[in-house]
Design a protein around this ligand. Structure first.
Ligand code: SF4
Ligand code: SF4
Length: 375
């Protein structure tokens, strides 16, 4: 049977409009009672990548969060919220994103994302054990609230990748170091979702992010919410919006292959899916991490992060988040007044530095030879 995704038009973050859109989307899928029952402990997981104001389109908008809270609280669910950001604390990042304030106003408890517990997952295709935030394990069900954005490693980030924030703190960086190629990293994300099984996804694509995402890109008006119980189908429709082939997105391909959901058999309910042909996203068929084993090939052909010196404030965030040891980006001779430099031999192309740079100073480029061969 085809997966069902409700696509609901919503032109702005006006609270009444978002409330109406969320309720309409849930009704199209059979109502909120299909997803939660009275008394159940339900965790809401927005995308809180880093501390950023809602209008930057880095994080899930607080009105989407509040609308889902109201819809599920009406069913009697006991709600909590949380995320493990890439940088900073849950409440600190949530504060800047407008979520902490909304949660306090609505009386929603903050879940514990600071500590984790190891969980066995024998059915994992690639990963048999995950450390999961206590707040997730203490709940009866997970509701995922992703933001539609571009991503240097996975091309797009949405419903499947949102669950990466259920792994607490710096443990996330270890997965990048252990799974340096995008295929294995995507399989890991799919295993994580097969373990956590979000029961509902409400994707914020009212204003998405294009270009140098998931932090340094540009907001792009799309005007829809996508709602489903299938995170793979939501991401596949997110790809359709971006005019991006989901076959190029590892989380979609592996998500379907490993039985998490469907990227190819989807019934869209509600409104037409807006297809934005000029959405700025990586549509190149070449791997985002490069596939060449030789160090020469890696240096001359593979995409790589690049620091635009004029934008760099020498804050050191890129150095702090780089998961490889020794660091693949660092201050020359430890001199913090200079722009950090990349060591492309050591770099595994996880793009955590590009993802976390607060100044949009890191871009991903392909060396000239690599660009010529692609053509
Ligand atoms: S994170 Fe960005 S601004 Fe900060 S040192 Fe690195 S490149 Fe420069
Ligand atoms: S330099 Fe950047 S892309 Fe390379 S391994 Fe470090 S964080 Fe990842």
């Amino acid at each position: 049977m085809a997966s069902r995704v409700a696509c609901v038009s919503c032109d702005s973050y006006d609270p009444a409009a978002v409330d109406a859109a969320v309720l309409r989307g849930l009704d199209l899928l059979g109502g909120a009672s299909r997803f939660v029952r009275s008394g159940e402990r339900i965790l809401l997981k927005p995308n809180l990548l880093v501390a950023s104001a809602p209008e930057k389109a880095v994080t899930t908008h607080p009105t989407v969060f509040s609308a889902v809270v109201r819809a599920l609280a009406a069913e009697g669910a006991a709600l909590s919220w949380g995320d493990s950001p890439g940088f900073g604390s849950t409440t600190g990042v949530g504060s800047r994103a407008g979520i902490t304030g909304e949660a306090a106003r609505l009386g929603i408890r903050t879940a514990d994302f600071g500590t984790g517990r190891e969980v066995s997952f024998p059915d994992g295709e690639l990963i048999k054990r995950f450390t999961i935030a206590e707040g997730v394990l203490d709940s009866d069900g997970l509701v995922s609230l992703p933001k539609l954005k571009t991503h240097a490693l996975t091309r797009m980030t949405g419903a499947v990748k949102n669950q990466f924030g259920c792994i607490p703190g710096m443990l996330k960086g270890e997965f990048h170091a252990r799974m340096p190629d995008v295929e294995r990293f995507s399989q890991m994300l799919v295993d994580l979702n097969r373990l956590l099984r979000p029961r509902l996804v409400v994707m914020d694509a009212v204003i998405a992010m294009e270009g140098n995402g998931p932090r340094g890109g540009d907001p792009r008006q799309v005007g829809v919410l996508l709602i489903s119980d299938d995170p793979v189908a939501v991401d596949a429709i997110g790809c359709r919006i971006m005019a991006l082939d989901p076959a190029l997105v590892g989380t979609c391909v592996w998500g379907e292959r490993l039985g998490l959901g469907s990227m190819s058999e989807i019934e869209v309910l509600g409104d037409d899916v807006p297809v934005i042909e000029d959405f700025v996203v990586n549509r190149s068929p070449s791997s985002t991490t490069g596939k060449l084993g030789s160090s020469l090939g890696k240096r001359l052909l593979a995409p790589r992060p690049y620091i635009v010196p004029e934008r760099c404030t020498r804050c050191g965030t890129c150095v702090a988040v780089c998961p490889v040891a020794p660091k693949a980006v660092d201050f020359p001779a430890g001199e913090r007044t200079l722009v950090p430099e990349h060591d492309y031999e050591r770099c595994i192309r996880c793009y955590c530095c590009q993802e976390m740079c607060p100044e949009r100073a890191i871009e991903v480029t392909t060396p000239l030879l690599g660009r010529l061969i692609r053509r």
